[in-house]
Ligand binder design. Structure first.
Ligand code: PEP
Ligand code: MN
Length: 337
């Protein structure tokens, strides 16, 4: 449930309500908006049954929150959250572009890509060092060596770096190098991994699972935030449907749905959603129009030779053109990019 305080409620009244909640063994989460303060309650609300909280000083009304996710719920925090990564904000007014290879393959490949995506206007370098591949015989990633190259690329270009983590061990290693952890589609419901990422406090990009509903996805985010890490960005990357023309089906409607249900920023990955280079630009434009806070795009110096996801990867020239072509769409959406 949430307790909505009156616009003129005093600090003491808010404290009294918070104290009443906590003294009964529940958690109180404050959200101070420009107009009103909301006290979100997590725990067994029957413990408040005889509290008369709805007639406490300064309380306007008490509203039940029926969804199982609470802290990521917009009802708990009506204003859109901004996630800070280094000195970069992800959220309203900005179109954050994360670009780079599917996998870090070599130092040269990564450095070359880092300079190219920086020049074209990306603010994050993506690159997988731990690759969750369908086949155990496919390239699995350079692991810590790859993380070292990512760090070197950050130092050389000033780009923020994001890497996928697939295990607690990978989180421990990546925490020493990266600005943002990525939890991929295949691990969206790996609850132990979500909890570990929650404990780090490092910003997390949580991709939507291949077959996950939006409610399951938001509950996955709740695992991270309930461990004390509110720095979460969601990423729609397509879901599995009966359609075979594209690798997945981009659920563009997830963007406005998330906007309505949650305060967390949401970005779109048209590369994994389609699996086809030619469809990346139209869907990137659609994502901006739908209200996305950013994009994740795969870029490779020579897609034909990529060790993974070549067919969906853009060349440097493609990416530069894409960024130019997206500019008017960002302007129209009121976002800087
Ligand atoms: C990736 O970003 O490289 C990746 C594997 O994505 P997803 O988890 O969305 O498949
Ligand atoms: Mn990929």
């Amino acid at each position: 449930m949430i307790i909505i305080m009156k616009p003129n409620a005093s600090q003491e009244a808010v404290q009294k309500v918070t104290h009443m909640i906590e003294s009964r063994g529940l958690q109180a989460h404050l959200s101070k908006g420009s107009q009103v303060t909301i006290v979100g309650v997590v725990g067994d609300k029957t413990k408040l049954a005889d509290s008369n909280i709805e007639i406490s000083e300064g309380v306007d009304k008490v509203v039940a929150v029926t969804e199982s996710y609470k802290l990521v719920n917009k009802k708990f925090h009506p204003e859109d959250s901004v996630v800070l990564v280094g000195n970069t904000h992800i959220g309203p007014g900005i179109m954050t572009v994360m670009a780079g290879p599917c996998a870090v393959e070599s130092r040269e490949q990564l450095m070359e890509t880092a300079y190219a995506v920086k020049k074209a206007g990306a603010s994050f370098l993506r690159g997988g060092a731990y690759k969750p591949r369908t086949s155990p015989y496919s390239f699995q990633g350079l692991e810590e060596e790859g993380l070292k190259y990512m760090k070197e690329a950050r130092e050389a270009t000033g780009l923020h770096i994001i890497c996928e983590v697939t295990s607690a061990h990978a989180i421990e290693a990546a925490s020493k190098y990266v600005d943002m952890l990525q939890i991929g589609a295949r691990n969206m419901q790996n609850f132990e991994l979500l909890k570990e990422a929650g404990k780090t406090g490092i910003p997390v990009l949580l991709k939507r699972g291949l077959c996950a509903t939006i409610d399951e996805w938001l509950n996955a985010a709740e695992y991270i935030i309930s461990e004390g890490n509110p720095n979460i960005v969601l990423c729609e990357r397509g879901i599995r449907t009966y359609e075979t023309s594209t690798r997945n089906t981009l659920d563009i409607s997830a963007v406005p749905v998330i906007r309505q249900k949650s305060h967390l920023p949401v970005i779109v990955d048209p590369s994994h959603a389609t699996g086809v280079r030619a469809y990346v630009e139209p869907l990137a434009k659609a994502a901006i129009a739908a209200g996305a806070d950013g994009l994740m795009i795969e870029v490779h110096p020579c897609p034909k030779q990529a060790l993974s996801d070549g067919p969906q990867s853009l060349t440097f020239g493609d990416f530069e053109a894409l960024m130019k072509n997206l500019k008017p769409y960002c302007d129209l959406a009121g976002r800087s990019c």
